[in-house]
Design a protein around this ligand. Structure first.
Ligand SMILES: Nc1ncnc2c1ncn2[C@@H]1O[C@H](COP(=O)(O)OP(=O)(O)OP(=O)(O)O)[C@@H](O)[C@H]1O
Ligand SMILES: [Mg+2]
Length: 134
């Protein structure tokens, strides 16, 4: 799957999350996403960026435009070197949180995207990749 417009952004503060939201929105607009689809992507990106900051201790995200035949999409890959997620299935359940959240970030992000992949190794960190196709 060819990619272009790749941008790697740090996630170390709330301001970084605002910037990630903005870039995700710009990429979605540039690919001709509807307003609803832009918002779905940006909402998912925001939740994952927040998790990267709050639970992963910060990290980075790669934002890129992807193509598959005539299909265009936007992909974001969040990576941190935090404590990891011991039980991914549990973390994906609606309402599960180890913090003060609603426990809806991961499950919500999965529902809002066309593709969702999470890898985590306790003690080593977490990688979450989402793609939304136009
Ligand atoms: N990057 C991460 N590193 C370590 N643990 C994580 C990470 N992302 C999520 N988790 C774990 O998964 C749980 C569920 O995440 P989720 O985003 O669904 O809920 P939340 O962040 O607790 O609340 P909400 O997102 O609704 O405010 C978190 O409480 C945390 O324990
Ligand atoms: Mg969350």
């Amino acid at each position: 799957m060819p990619v272009n417009d790749r941008s790697i952004q740090p996630i170390r503060s709330s301001e970084d999350i605002v910037r990630v939201r903005k870039i995700a929105r710009e990429r979605a607009v540039a690919q001709g996403f509807s307003l609803v689809d832009q918002t779905k992507l940006v909402t998912a990106a925001s939740e994952l960026a927040r998790n990267t900051l709050d639970y992963g201790g910060g990290g980075e995200v790669t934002i890129e435009v992807v193509y598959e035949g005539a299909r265009k999409g936007v992909r974001l890959v969040f990576v941190d070197q935090g404590p990891g997620i011991p039980d991914i299935e549990l973390a994906l359940k609606d309402g599960y949180t180890t913090g003060k959240g609603l426990g809806l970030g991961l499950s919500g992000a999965r529902r809002l995207c066309s593709e969702f992949a999470i890898e985590s190794k306790p003690g080593h960190g977490t990688r979450v990749a989402i793609t939304r196709w136009r």
